[in-house]
Design a protein around this ligand. Sequence first.
Ligand code: XMP
Length: 181
Amino acid sequence: MHQDIARVLIDEEVIEKRLDIIADRILEEFSGRQFVVIVILKGALVFTADVLRRMPIPLEIECINVASYHGETKSSGRVDFLDAKLPLVEGRSVLLIDDILDTGRTLVAVEEKLREQGAQMVKSCVLLSKDKERAAEVEADHVGFHIGDEFVVGYGLDYKGLYRNLPYIGILKSEIVEASR
Ligand code: XMP
């Protein structure tokens, strides 16, 4: 375990097993339908790469860059779209993938944007969903794991840009968060 991690919340083996199930469910949901996958960067990168490799079908992958945490451990309450141009989704079915559902603002803002751009169907998938009251009423169609209201890192999730490469999901030692304030 990395020295900055206080405890592992979900280990690699458990994630791997869950991904098999999620991939099957997504394939079932879209069965026979062409769809484009839109990854919300950067947090969903690792999860997406692993889950899509369990789907042996022709797929298009696009990315959207949004920010709401701005390097902190609490949401800023604002969702910023960082791309000059968004993927073309008019008339298309979309699978939107994010790392974690927290306040719900990101998923709501991105889904709204895709519908505005003419997406015909939007389904969402998140690796993690925090069990808490949300600022925006939303649930993802596919959820890897439900977790408590704690700040987590690893498997794509970061603190100040670090820890995305850890193969598990963990909780940072409090002194790491405090020391960098
Ligand atoms: P909202 O609040 O819009 O949040 O549902 C979604 C985005 O916030 C980030 N986020 C986290 N990042 N550990 C992280 O590293 C966390 O515990 C966490 N909670 C929320 C993340 O970027 C997500 O896409």
